[in-house]
Write a protein that binds this ligand. Structure first.
Ligand code: ADP
Ligand code: MG
Length: 262
């Protein structure tokens, strides 16, 4: 069996089924279906306001869809589908699921009053996964992995944006998530700091971590994505390997978007 066959028959790491989300009368996600295999790197592209952040927030239960569900490792998560017998999950189950998903935000969202080490060690302790000494040992290891082993005692304000984002990535890794979601992880950074963050994400991609990355870095998408998904007006317009979606887009809206960002 080839690697591709294995990938296609393995259970989905993440499955998004017919997700609809609206705010008032504004439809922000309009029937999104997406299946992500373990180890797959998916890059989500789309114009501003097309629903990319909302999609990540639905996956992580920061927003509830009106219709549709999300499942992780075949376990149903944000369960809500009109007409189906599926029940909504308890708050506790949602918290447990959220612990399996890493989230890296555009603006880092580190705790300003905690050191770098404690930023990374906090969640495994708070969720009861590790004792404090275990969490601190893991945090040190992860900070070394993102090249910040020397800065464990610093506070976020003492670091550059690129360093803060690398701490945020170490923090996401500390819960040993099945999938990590990135929402424009480099768009708040000065251009000279983008490379160091992309380099850490590249390492994760090549080490087999399942990643979903919203980014406008098209060159990076071409390099690391197994699949590129183009979203517009809350719908997936097209998806496929970078060689298809980026180099031979089938839809006018994709071509139009790419002509503006490339
Ligand atoms: P993207 O990340 O692709 O730029 P978003 O998912 O942030 O898009 O937003 C999609 C649309 O939903 C936008 O029109 C935005 O204004 C709207 N929106 C996002 N969050 C909210 C909210 N909490 N309340 C009302 N409208 C929202
Ligand atoms: Mg966004």
């Amino acid at each position: 069996m080839s690697t591709t066959d294995t990938l296609e028959t393995a259970p989905a790491a993440l499955e998004i089924h017919d997700v609809h989300k609206w705010y008032g009368t504004h439809r922000v996600l309009d029937g999104v279906d997406l299946t992500i295999r373990p180890g797959e790197v998916t890059v989500v592209l789309g114009p501003s306001g097309s629903g990319k952040s909302t999609l990540l927030r639905v996956i992580n239960h920061l927003e509830k869809p009106e219709i549709g569900y999300v499942s992780i490792n075949d376990e149903l998560v944000g369960v809500k589908r009109q007409g189906d017998r599926l029940k909504e999950l308890s708050e506790r189950a949602i918290l447990a699921q959220r612990g399996r998903i890493g989230f890296v935000f555009q603006n880092f969202n580190l705790f300003p009053h905690l050191t770098v080490l404690d930023n990374v060690a906090a969640a495994p302790v708070a969720t009861g996964k590790l004792t404090k000494p275990e969490a601190r040992a893991l945090a040190k290891e992860l900070l070394e992995r993102v090249g910040l082993g020397e800065r464990v005692g610093a506070y976020p304000r003492q670091l550059s944006g690129g360093q803060q984002q690398r701490v945020a990535i170490a923090r996401a890794l500390a819960l040993r998530p099945g999938v990590i979601l990135f929402d424009e992880p480099t768009s708040a950074l000065d251009p000279e700091l983008v490379g160091e963050v992309l380099s850490v994400i590249r390492d994760l991609a090549t080490s087999g971590t399942t990643l979903v990355i919203v980014t406008h870095e098209i060159g990076f998408a071409r390099e690391i994505a197994d699949r590129v998904v183009f979203i517009d007006h809350g719908r997936i317009v097209e998806q496929g390997p970078p060689s298809e979606v980026l180099d031979r887009p089938q839809h006018e809206r994709t071509r139009d978007f790419l002509s503006k960002v490339l």
